[in-house]
Each structure stands twice: as C-alpha cells, then as structure tokens.
Design a protein around this ligand. Sequence first.
Ligand code: BGC
Length: 741
Amino acid sequence: MKTRLSLILLLAVLSFLLVVAPASHTQNPQNVEERVNALLAQMTLEEKLGQLQQLDGEGNGNFRPEHLDLIRKGLLGSTLNVRGAQRTNQVQRVAMNESRLKIPVLFGFDVIHGYRTIFPIPLAEAGSWDPALAERSAAVAAQEANNAGLRWTFAPMLDIARDPRWGRITEGAGEDPFLGAAFARARVRGFQGEDYGAADKVLACAKHWVAYGAAEGGRDYNTTDLSENTLREIYFPPFKAAVDAGVGTLMSSFNAINGVPASANRFTLTKVLREEWNFDGFVVSDYTSVRELINHGIAADEEEAAVAALNAGVDMEMVSRSYNTFGRQLLYSNRLSAATIDEAVRRILRIKFRLGLFDRPYTDETREPASLLRPESIRLAREIAGRSMVLLKNDRETLPLSKNAGSIAVIGPLADDRRAPLGWWAGDGKEENTISPLAGIKAKVSAQTRIGYAKGCEVKDESTAGFQEAVNLAKASDVAIVFVGEIADMVGEAASRASLDLPGRQMELVQAIHATGKPTIVVLVNGRPLSVGWIVNNVPAILESWMGGSQSGNAIADILFGDVNPGGKLPVTFPRTVGQVPIYYNHMNTGRPPEAENRYTSKYYDAPWTPLFPFGYGLSYTTFKISNLQLSAPRIGPNGMVTVTVDVENTGKRAGDEVVQLYVRDPVATMTRPVKELKGFQRIALQPGQKSRVGFVLGPEHLAFWNREMRYVVEPGEFRVMVGTNSVDVIEAKFEVTATR
Ligand code: BGC
C-alpha cells in the first residue's frame, strides 16, 4: 500500500486560487451590512418572523388576498408562483406604500429550463456537454422572468441522480458530479450574471440541499443513507461549484440523510455550508419541509419542527408557518434564541439589499410583452435542443433522411404533441408557442414530399385501435418515423416510476410498424433513461430527443434531415432493465468484478451486467478517431500537474462534433476508488478529415479523495488516465504520483 500524504493545506490554497470569482454586486458590501443592521434594529419580533415566511400564490400566477394583508402588517417576506409584472407590482406597492418598514417582497418561481421560451429539460441540456449553452439558456430565462416581475428562481437543480426511476432526474444534469459541477457553475452564472440585481437577472437557488436524488427505491421524497465520503465526493460537488460561483440561496431538501432530515441537518446546513464553504446567503426550506419534520419523526409538533429547522440553518420557511406561528413563544420560552432569529433575518435582508430590491422594487410593466419569446431566444432554444439530442443508433446510414423523400409516415402518440416537449416545470411556457415534431418535419421537407400522420395509440392507455391505421400509413410510405416515450406528467416531482419500459402499448406499436418492413426510425421523447432493448436490437436508427422545449420539433427535424449533425452524449447510464438500477459508470470495483465465464462474480443470473448505453455515449453522422494519447510527464510530485493530450480526427464525410472525455482511476489506494471518474471533457467541432490535438490538465483537485479520516488527500502511486468518446471506449496511459516532490 502506498504511503499516505495529506495535501489538505495545499489543496485549500489551490482551490481558493481556482475559485470562480463570486458575483460582484453593485451594492457596496459594507453598505449592505450597515443597511441590514440599521433595519434589523427597527424591526419588531413579528416583522422579523414575517421576513422568514414565504407563501404560495393562488394558481395561474395570482396572489392570495391574504398576502396583501400580511404584507401590509410586515408579516410576509416572500411569495412563490406569483408572477407577471403588473401583479407583482400591485403586491409590491402594498409593501412599499402601506407597510411600516417598507421591506420589499421577494418574488420567487420555478424557472427551471425557461420562463416563456422553454429550453430542453436540464438533463437533456447536460447531454450537450456544453455548459456555455446552459449559461446562455439560463440567461434568457432570467431575462424573461425578471421582466415578468420575478427576482428569484428555484434553480438550478443540482441533485446527482443515479436512479432513473426517480422522476426528478429530468431536472438535473444526470449522474456525474464533475459534469454536474460544470453545469451548476454555468447555470448560476446564467441566472445571476455578475450582479443578480441587474435588470435582466434573477437570484438563483441551488437545490435540493442535499442528496435528494439518492431517494431509496427511486421513490420521491424517500429517505437516503449515504456515507460522508459519498456525500462529499458525489452529491456535494455541484453545490460547492454553485456556492463558489456566488449562488445567493439554497433550498433544503425533503429527504432524511443518515437519519437526520435535510431540513433539520446542522451538518449540511451549517457545518459544511456556512463553516466550510463560507456561504453568506440564505437557505429556504422546500415546500412544507419544515412541518414535515413531524412526519420524519424528529419533531413531536410544529414548535419542535421550527426549533429543529431554524437552529440547523433553514432561514426561510416555504408554505408551512411554524416559524411564524410559534416563533414568539419559542423565543420567550428560551427554545429559540434572539440571535438565531436575527441571523436568519439578516441573511434574507442581505440578499434583498444585494438584489437592489429596496432601491428598485418595481418592474417596468411596459417591457414584459416584448421581452418574452424574442426571436433570438427562440433561435437559441432550437440550437440548444439540437445540440442536446443524442443519436443512439444509426445502422446503414439510415439517417439523415432526404428532404426530397417521396413519402414519410409520422407515427406515434408523441408525434403531434406539444405538451411533452415542454417537460415538467414548464415555467410559463405555452403549448401554442411549441413546435411539435410533425410540424417541424412538415416545415423541413420539400413541397413534393407527402407527410402522413397516424397517432397509433396513446402513451398511457391500453387501446390498440389505432394500430391498423398506423400500419397502413407505414406501408404506403417510403419510411416511418415513430415518436414514443413519456408524457410530461410522468416525469418530474412525484413521478417516480417502478418500470423503465415504454408505457402503454407503445412498444407494440413500434413492433407493428417495424414488421411492415419499411425503414423505421424511432425518436424517443422522454425525461429519463428508458429500457428500450427491443428497439435497440431491431430498429436501425434511434434518436434520443428528450423533452426538447418550445423548439423541439424544429430541432428534431434539423437532425433527422441532416441540417444539424447530432453531437450530444448521454449524461446518464441507460439500463437494460429496471432491475439493474442503480447502475452508473463511476461505481466501485468489487472483490469479484464480473466475468462472463465465472458464475461467482458480481453480475446477474438473468440479465447482463452491462448497461443498454453507457454514460457519455452518443453517435454522429460522421466518425471520429481518438489516438496518440500522451502525458507531459511519467511521474509528478504530489502537488504536480500533468497534461494529457490526444489527437482527435474526423474520419467521416461530414462536419461534426465530438465530445472528448477524460477519465481517471486510482487503482490502489487506502480506500476503494471508482473504476473511472470523469475529470475533463471538451466538445469540439471538426471538418471532414480534420485532425486536432486536444489537451487537458490534471492537478491535485482531480486526483484527491476523502480518505478514512475524512481528509482530502492525493495518495502517491499509479494513476490511470483514459480518454475516449464515451465512458467505455477509451484508450489508456499511466503516470505516477510520487510521495515527495
Ligand atoms: C419542489 C421544489 C420547488 C418547490 C416550489 C417543491 O415541491 O420540490 O423543487 O422549488 O416545490 O415550487
């Protein structure tokens, strides 16, 4: 075993130097603290507790009459779901003109992947492996939301998800902490910019802190039990990246972590977030998660729930009213301290000042209509959707199709659907602004091409009455494109699935169309990995279109007809069957790694151990070759860096993008380490025949891990470096980290 060498100090210094500069605010920080303290000194206990309260609107963006009354009395600091410039101004006028201290209301909303212009679901966007795109889509979302009176989005959702049964996998960046951290940084920058008080920005909220994605059985809201090492190495990194990028708020999650609910967890909320990461914004609970501490069984009643949450570090309570109802008696019975209440209020006011809310509480109502669905926003939605889609199979160059094809059968329950592409959390997105695949295809093909459409079946029900019409259409056409998958309601919150199969009779529909003998292309419209083995084994071409947003139909047509060459890669492993879950690429080795010929190894009796598609997988209309892997040095010191370079060549006939992926393995360490960990990626565009040299730098932050004593260390010894086009097809080299310089 190697000698262990602790590098904590050095890494601390290094990570300090590497930290992304936090958002700079137009407000002078000293002034902000002075203004906060001056205001705090004037507040009554009730007014303080009021700032800790957030209440939900009435639906459709409306406020509740009760809100105005509470605001007038200084008893409500924030709302969620109330939106529209006129409405938020109406509410704000009450705060600014009729309340004693004129503390502005903070309006929040779930602007997850767009406000009115809807971008692909975040899981899809991660499939672009191009975080700069996520920054741009978040910036459009911020601009639209701000003009609609909002100042705060409950995004980005940063939960690592290794379980596709969990419906909320759709909202995050998938299974990998490195990719997740890159997208976290980008989304925070996109929403907040340099100054979240700017007229086209919003305050971001990193959620759900933390480990919500590890819900047991993939069942939403369920409990989690994870080692501290796993928390720190897998679940924390996207949040750390968001905090380093200056995120102003976090949301505490619904789940329990190792027996302590996340909304009452002092370790995560205070020790890690405040003491280790120096976060000085505020934490909002998830929807009623403070009151839910009673169901978790760590509080007997709402009083105990309030004490547990506030003392742990939840500053604002969403929807339940435990702080407000019981704060006074808890203070006077010494169960809550005045200092704890003041600190929570201080954190919230600090953010309100940084937002410039006191100085600019209103939204210019004239700007809202023109700010929505701008032509450049729509163009960007189309571009990002195209860059997020993943070509899963393309035998015999079935795709792209010719725009001059004689006749095309467009089939399936999702072929002419405008709701599914918007996904879960569709913001204020509207079906009438959404392009269905059928509309996208019609707009793309030549005037002579005949397009027929047959639905075939529904996503959910069991009727096959429409099969015959669909089969007849396929028979009468040159080619069939079948759109199958999930409706929006099947993914997202409270939409965990126990099966990863295509719902309803959709698989049989695909089989019936395939049986016609016509070339058949399947386009998946879905918000999570699906087990579609039969399709993979039988149908020549498959496109993963995800839930691609307002412009999904156009983006699909761009790819099907070759105007866009697909270059996305899966940000999550696709299992063959739900029984393989959890299945993820960066797993630990076992003492008996799977071997085909040896029964007594780690595998299944009745299914392969390999996934349907591995993490990082995706094809193109062209081909690439990665070769000539070189390292700048055969050995480095414990603080050293090594540069990894490869040649990437477009060996096909079309221009296209390749995502070059760098993985690392520490084969012998004091703790079991993953068989592979993503530590670098680059999406590059190459012309046919073009060859380019791509480089990555590996440093201590890519090689370190949390050891048995919970110290972050690089252990000397051999490291393996793998570079490839996905997490399986890689070329390898080695280097050594020495114990001394
Ligand atoms: C979700 C959060 C969301 C909140 C407000 C909760 O149910 O878990 O992600 O931000 O509702 O809509």
